[in-house]
Ligand binder design. Structure first.
Ligand code: ATP
Ligand code: MG
Length: 426
């Protein structure tokens, strides 16, 4: 994409009301723009990152056999009256009436709706297990929206719902999702710490949060340093591990040797729950069991804060100049900067390289603006693409370009073939 014709309105100044680093950088790099308190519109760079994150989540959910659906953002109140949560969920849920006087709500979560879809189609234990997930917008009227999209009121969530024949298979499903979550977050460059958690408004008796270590996180964690090794484990090792869990509030509850006990701040990026028959019973979602009598399937639900993840990734990966995207979620892989736009040779060389990189399917953001070199370089550092190719007159006279690694600052000097090889082969 050419920067001159794109909509990437970066800001020089730090917005005064943004208190966290990720909030400041998201506004400055023009990923989002605030519409109202806790409500943000997404701009082109932001959407590209949301899509990258969503794709990783989809791949890892599909790998464990979950099926993607898309439920509505609005739900009829009667579903929540059936489960008994309509009056107990509280003021975070926004409710209103349509012109016929029917009560509706904007989904803060979708256990009821998923159970309703399930009960309409699944009638026999032979159709179990089922695991349905979606990636969609939620609204929660948070009392204190803050840190930009990290604690927003409208936010993008991956939410999944599983239905199993009995407790044993429900716990196996829970473990599968647990392992898939570790892999999912790891693919985004993060080190997730699984923490035993309260089930809160969802209900149930088994629940884990996935926390990303970051100095600016809202939670305080006490954890076993061995967990960091487990989060680096292979899929096979994960499959054979114990559910891991530690108490997030009380260091004594960790019961780990003192030399392995660590304390940190954390950002909750995922939360999973096993809650048995709470919704299948209250919403009469029984299926015919193997003995010819109806049984109530055992359920779990599984959330990932898709939009919050962008904030969490930035909190972990940034420096004083801007964001440093891990390759897997970067909006573009490489930024191509023409340092002298009035120099014909530079412009021709940059254009040629751009065309050739695009032909190799490399995602390139080409800064072809008639801007000062300093502005271009600081914008590129702010946006934080993993690689930068710098096209300048002095190097070009020798037939070479500079390839800069945004994370390490290392510069390699390469010919056009060298650059194309680098991106075509790596
Ligand atoms: P929190 O404890 O942070 O309030 P929660 O436990 O209420 O979150 P869940 O119902 O578990 O949230 O939702 C699943 C995931 O959605 C969370 O793990 C989090 O990553 C994300 N999430 C929840 N609330 C918000 C919010 N207000 N803004 C952005 N993401 C959110
Ligand atoms: Mg939670």
């Amino acid at each position: 994409m050419r920067l001159s014709s794109s909509f990437i309105p970066t800001l020089k100044e730090i917005p005064v009301d943004a208190t966290s680093v990720s909030h400041q950088l998201m506004l400055r790099a023009s990923l989002v723009v605030q519409t109202a308190a806790g409500i943000y519109s997404w701009l082109p760079l932001g959407i590209r990152i949301l899509k990258k994150i969503s794709r990783i989540i989809e791949e890892e959910q599909e790998a464990i056999g979950a099926n993607q659906i898309l439920m509505t953002t609005l739900q009829p109140a009667k579903l929540w009256q059936e489960s008994g949560r309509y009056d107990s969920y509280g003021e975070e849920m926004v409710c209103f009436k349509d012109r016929r006087g029917h009560e509706l709500l904007y989904s803060p979560t979708n256990e009821e709706q998923a159970t309703d879809i399930f009960r309409r189609f699944v009638k026999s234990y032979r159709q179990l297990p089922q695991n349905l997930f979606q990636i969609h917008w939620k609204f929660r009227d948070e009392i204190r929206p803050r840190f930009g999209i990290m604690r927003g009121r409208e936010f993008l969530m991956k939410d999944g719902y599983s239905f199993d024949i009995d407790i044993e298979s429900a716990k196996k499903t829970y473990q599968k999702v647990f392992n898939a979550y570790l892999i999912t977050f790891r693919r985004m460059g993060l080190t997730p710490i699984p923490v035993r958690a309260d089930s809160g408004a969802i209900g149930g008796d088994m629940s884990h949060e996935f926390q990303v270590l970051a100095a600016t996180g809202e939670s305080t964690l006490f954890y076993d340093s061995l967990l960091l090794e487990l989060t680096q484990a292979s899929k096979e090792e994960l499959a054979s591990a114990y559910a891991v869990s530690e108490d997030k509030h009380d260091p004594r509850a960790c019961r780990v040797p003192e030399d392995r006990l660590r304390q940190s701040r954390g950002i909750e990026v995922g939360h999973i729950f096993y809650f048995g028959t709470k919704y299948t019973k209250s919403m009469e979602a029984s299926v015919m069991g193997p003995k010819g009598t109806p049984i109530y399937p055992e359920m779990g639900s599984y959330g990932i804060g898709v939009s919050r993840l962008i904030g969490a990734i930035i909190e972990v990966f940034h420096d004083e100049k801007g964001i440093i995207w891990p390759e897997s979620v970067a909006p573009f892989r490489v930024g191509l900067v023409n340092l002298q736009s009035e120099d014909t040779a530079c412009t021709e060389a940059a254009k040629d390289l751009y065309t050739k990189l695009c032909a190799l399917d490399v995602e390139v953001l080409y800064d072809d603006r008639k801007e000062r070199m300093g502005v271009k370089l600081s914008d590129m550092d702010l946006i934080g693409l993993p690689w930068q190719i710098l096209v300048g007159p002095r190097k070009l006279a020798d037939g070479v370009f500079e390839l800069k690694n945004r994370k390490t600052g290392e510069i390699q000097v390469l010919s056009q073939d060298g650059i194309l090889n680098f991106f075509g082969c790596s």
